[in-house]
Design a protein around this ligand. Sequence first.
Ligand code: GDP
Ligand code: MG
Length: 173
Amino acid sequence: MPKKKKLPLVAICGRPNVGKSTLFNRLIGKARAIVHDEVGITRDRYYGEAKWDEYHVRMVDTGGMVDEAPDAITRAMQEQVYLALKEAQVVLFVLDSQQPLTKLDYDARDIVLKSGKPVVLAANKLDNAKLRENVYEFYELGLGEPIPVSSGHNLGFDALREALEAHLPKPEP
Ligand code: GDP
Ligand code: MG
């Protein structure tokens, strides 16, 4: 039997509470990741698969990437993030458009840049057009153009998938 080809991996990264798990659930179309108001609730790597058009990818929802005061558990989680980044074809970096950039956004950005992987930037929580002007600040990160999305309201996902496609291997017809 031919060996099953491993699907390309998309790593969803960003500081706590920007909506990574909500976005992950939208992309995989299931409520599998744990979404919570409490900062740092995602205690592990979570994998799922997403299919759209001819594309079929694995997604990992990373938690605990950065922390104000990392304890032993957090450090163990950070190790998992590095493993995910090493394996990933593309990083989906998530920001909260309803908040100004924080030190933790920059810390997470630095980790992602060190991986050398291509990055797609998602400006999440852009629930309405009024929030659009908030995203200009995000160019400061040097990660390229932010793509406005609302994981809560399922907005902007066509453009987001298209941006991811540019970094994924062409699917076989
Ligand atoms: P994570 O820590 O980055 O995984 O963030 P979560 O997915 O757990 O979400 C953190 C909080 O942001 C939760 O209360 C979500 O309901 C909320 N949230 C996520 N996406 C959106 C969005 O697009 N709009 C708004 N208004 N809230 C969102
Ligand atoms: Mg989470």
